[in-house]
Write a protein that binds this ligand. Sequence first.
Ligand code: NAD
Length: 473
Amino acid sequence: MKIRNPRTGEHDYTLVTDTVDQVMAKAGTLRAAHSQWLSKTLQERIEIIVQLADRMEAHKEAFIEQLSIDTGRRNISELEFHAAIGVIRGRCASAPYVLQAPKSRSSMTNPTVNIHQQWVPYDLVGVISPWNFPLLLCLIDAIPALIAGSTVLLKPSEVTPRFMDVLEQCIQEVPGLSEVTALVRGGAEVGKSVVDQVDVICFTGSVKTGQMIAKRTAELFKPAFLELGGKDPAIVMEDADLDVAIAAIMRSGFGAAGQACQSLERVYVHRTIYDDFIHKLTDKANAVTTNHDYSQGGNLGPLIFEGQRATIESQLADATAKGAQIKSGGTIENHHGGLWLRPTIVTEVNHDMEIMTEETFGPVIGVMPYDSTAEAISLANDSIYGLSASVFSQDTESAVAVAQQIDAGGISINDGSLTNQVFDAEKNSFGMSGLYGSRMGADGLLRFFRKKAILIQTAAPASLDTQAEKAQS
Ligand code: NAD
């Protein structure tokens, strides 16, 4: 596969993809190594996994260089690298507390029976990840799966594959890890074959692909943990500190050029502060510079995936045709072959426009005024998604009361996308933003276990007769 460079538009990298047979062979090798991995204690597994962080730190510059080419952004690649290291070290540190073996106990419904509860990790976990944070989003599920005692088959996105060689090298450098962790390269066909080979799948990506995987895993009777798209709302209440709200919305909506699942993409502002809000937000948005010339030090990276252009342009065209106004940005710029969109604020919007209902996955925010809190909540909940949301108010109690009525997995108060910084809060997505056990909190580790009960009868077992007597009485 020829891979496009997002800063130049050139197809300057060749990805040698795995065949279906190669995926099957790698899955077979991992399965064969599972019993040995499981025979290690939790502490032994952790000691091996932590070495991956050590090896990655030794190759930090190579990671950042490759991620910078993959995504066209330098600062965020460095942040992403550190976040990935944080996932490895953080999960390894917390696992011994989360994975306390369940205690044996007698049954509450039948006290003569002792229950020995066992957690049995899946043999082989598949991880399929997207292009927006290529390294972080493939390790975020793989690390807890390995800690739990599973082996892992990873298929990162074919859009941003350059970092994979460095990751593979680091895995090879850790004795004991390469037998239980393998990478495969390719697009949808390789992804499908991963789904077919593994016992459980962790998928991060679009709703459309998530639906295909959900159908296939239903046929195969295997679980799929799906982390999908969003159209995250923010509610800016009448008493909000506008500087706080605008700083957070700018970072959440435009950082990573909006190419993050939990980016704020729609904002509802109390009508009494709406004009002031728009004025200040537009000023800030106009001051953001693109990074198309690194020597000029701009912050905003390019569109990583070329296909995103059509989505953004079609949503903007739909909105303006229906009366929306573009206050900043709005035109995709081509600099030496790469595509950049400046922070785009759209007003005079409503929920008949795709820009307020469909995921954009770009640096675009629609802003609408509201009159009552009930109206703001209703607008925030008028969505097929439910990933995360924000509420801004100087009265935390009122903000929490609003947050409790929003149908989303993680709601930040007086900030945006806090689920991006806090990994130990439990959450599940609502609507089409996700399905089944989330990667957040203890669940992120516990979901890799099947629960098994060993039931020991300590009295005489019920006979056919006593059972019949009991039924009659
Ligand atoms: P995508 O669905 O196009 O691709 C994701 C991955 O799935 C890629 O590795 C791709 O090769 C693979 N794939 C494609 N078709 C497949 C198939 N039929 N079977 C198996 N695998 C297949 O998504 P994308 O464009 O790479 O990523 C952007 C999307 O990801 C956005 O919707 C974004 O919101 C979402 N996302 C969600 C989260 C989250 O945690 N909820 C995080 C980041 C991104």
